[in-house]
Every structure is written in structure tokens, then in C-alpha cells.
Design a protein. Sequence first.
Length: 275
Amino acid sequence: MRRFLTILIIAAAATQLLAQKIDREPNDPRQIVHLKTALNHLTVIELREPVLQVAAGSQSFKVEWRENKVFVQPTEPDASTNLFVWTSSQRLNYELEPAGSVAVMDFAVDQELPPQPKPTGVKPQEPSPTEVLLSGQPVRLESAKPSTKPVEVRIRDLYEKDGRLLVRYAVRNNSSHPYEVTTPRVYLLPGVRYPQSLYGLVDSQLGDREASRLDIKEQSPVSVIEGHVQSSHLQPGQQCLGLVALRVPPSKEPIVLRFQFTNDDREQVAAFLVR
């Protein structure tokens, strides 16, 4: 009989422990959280940030706080009231229910973490045409004489962002026969020499005479990400715009880029940019 009573006591204690709760409350200042308390027991509210102030509607509950924890203990058996807790970012609302059985009380209530946004897999937004036009760096033409080439390339402006260089240019067909416009191949001219300092020519295009004075030792291809042309077929006297996006290696000194277009029947079509 004594053994049977022991088993009953252990079973009752186990049931009581299983009923006692450690809950998680939502991070919602519009919601009222009900707390079940018990005499001579503490209920702990643990938040994600320090508590600045608390206010209870009755002295029937002893309420204290320290750092990010609020301690609630009923002092009367049949009293209930509300409780407000303020942090630096929000106010949380609680209803303190009359002290009841220890078996069903809330031992601790932890604040849930806010839901983390799910990765969307969306690629970074490309700059809009308006952004390119308004934020672009104009390119000046360094030329002693106007171009007399049958096909003329004029670099208009640059736009640089996230390691990419966008170059907008115009192609004009001054010849007497059609010209096919394609995205240019781009080359970096390492170690190139010029009769004067290139620092004063940064963000400028070299004219025909100036480009002929370049002492080019070698050239290396530059990665072209994409390219677009307004029209691929130019009749004599026509002009079109184009855009090419590049991956240009960083450099602490001025660099020279060569934009090589499809050659026309008489000579090569190229443009030289000091960057």
C-alpha cells in the first residue's frame, strides 16, 4: 500500500511539472498576453531588449524588472489586473489573471524573435536609364582637329557603380556606303606612353591626332558584360547611340581603354578613352 501511494505521489508531481509552461509570446504590441500566476511563485517575462518602465493596474501583484526581465508575483489569491511594459522600441500589454494552481501557471514567457525575411533570390536592381543619364560623368573630346574618318565614334559619358563601368557612345557614318554597328571589343593598354601626363586627360577621349601619339606596348582584353546599340545598320549620314558595360580592374593611376569597332572598308574604327 505504501509503495502504491509513493507511485501516485510521483505520478501527480510529474503531471504537475508537465502542466507548468514556459511559453513564447508574439512580438506584437497590438496583442494582449494573458499570464497565469500562482501564490508564492514568480512568473518571469524575458524580452529581447532592456525594459525601460513597467506599470500595473493594482498593487495585488508585485512587479519588478531588471535589464530585459520582468518579475511578476501575486500577493492576493483572487485579484487580477493589467500590466504594461515599455522598451525603447515598443509597448507590450499583459493581463495578469488571478493566482491559481501551480500546475497551470506560466513559469516563464519569452519574447519571440521577429520573423526573418526569406531570401527572394532577386538580383540587385539594375540602374534605370534615368539614373544613368543623370548620374553619368560627361566625357570631353581632346582633339586639335575635327575627325575626317569615314566612321566616327564619339564617347558621350560614363556611369560607374558596383565595379561596373557603363560607357555611352555615338557612331556616325560619314562614308558613302552603309556601316554595320556592333558592340565593340575593349582593350586595356598597360604601360602605354604619351607625350604629356595622362592625369590631366582623365575622363576624356583622345582625338585622331592625339591617339596617333600613343606609344602602345601591349593590350589586354577587358570583360564586356553586355552591349546594346540603337541601330545596327547605318546608312550614309546616319548616327546611332550605343551602350557597353565593362568590368575594369581598379587602378590608382590613369588607364587608357581602346574601343575597337568593326573596321570599315578603308581603315579601322576605334576610340581611345583615358580613365
